[in-house]
Structure formats: C-alpha cells, structure tokens
Design a protein. Structure first.
Length: 157
C-alpha cells in the first residue's frame, strides 16, 4: 500500500484533523537505509498523536544535503518501505533543502525530530513557533544510524 500524498492532500488532511480535534504528528528525514533506529523513532512519534505524516527528502534534496553519493536507496524504494509500516499514515516528498515550506503549509500539531537535534537549532523552529505548534525531540538510539551502517560497509570493501 503506497501512502504517498500530494501537498494539497496533506493540507486538507491537516485541516480535517484539526477540525475534528485530532492531532497530526509530522516528522521529516531521508530514511536512507532504514534501520532499527528509524523504526523505534517512528513508532514513538506515532504514539504522540492520531496521525503520523512523514516529509521524505527527495533524491535531489538528499544530494543537496549529503552529497552526490547519496541516497543509497532510491526515493521510490524508500516510499515503498515506509509505506509498509503500520505506524506511518502518510508520506509527502519534498525537494527543498529543509522542510520549512512543507511545515508552513501543513502546520502539524507536533513536529518530531531525533535526539541528535536541538530545538533552537532547527531551521523550522521559528515557523512552528509562529503558528503555535509543538516540537518534540525523541531520544537518539545509540549505535543505530545510516552513517554507521555505511562506515561498516566501507570497512568490508
């Protein structure tokens, strides 16, 4: 089941949830080489509200942020894997360097980031503050990261 939606649909979903007193939880990321840390993080994010929407960096956005060697896993394949998780309700792909334009349009109730981030340093911090949303940092799962997996693979070659 593909859970990919457009920005227009995401905005409509957000508005409908708010009018029904439901909580929209949003997170964003590359989710390249999905691992146990991602799964734990997304499950915890889902528990914070009624609907979990993921802003997924497009392949172009990842190259912009992480260099031409990335992503390892294509956008289409990352969508397929994320869509398979019961705790993921919707996925929206974005091409920008940051999720600020997406968050500005959707206005999620809770924006979730991993423990390797600090609230005040997030590029989306001010936008979320302006519309009255909340930011929740979920503790980082030690030893679980895409970078560590890539480094381990490099050691094997």
């Amino acid at each position: 089941m593909n859970k990919l939606i457009t920005l227009e649909t995401a905005v409509k979903i957000s508005q409908a949830l708010k009018s029904n007193g439901k909580t929209l939880v949003f997170t964003n990321g590359c989710f390249d080489l999905i691992h146990a840390g991602h799964v734990i993080y997304l499950e915890q994010a889902k528990k914070l509200g009624d609907v979990l929407m993921i802003g997924l960096n497009s392949d172009d956005s990842i190259r912009l942020n992480k260099g031409k060697q990335r992503p390892i896993i294509s956008q289409a394949d990352r969508i397929t894997v994320l869509s398979a998780f019961w705790f993921v309700d919707y996925i929206i792909v974005f091409d920008d360097k940051t999720p600020v334009p997406l968050i500005s349009a959707i206005k999620p109730d809770i924006h979730v980031k991993g423990g390797d981030y600090q609230v005040e340093n997030l590029p989306e911090y001010f936008v979320i503050q302006q519309y009255g949303g909340k930011i929740k940092i979920i503790p980082f799962v030690d030893g679980k990261s895409t970078s560590l997996i890539i480094d381990k693979i490099k050691e094997l070659t």
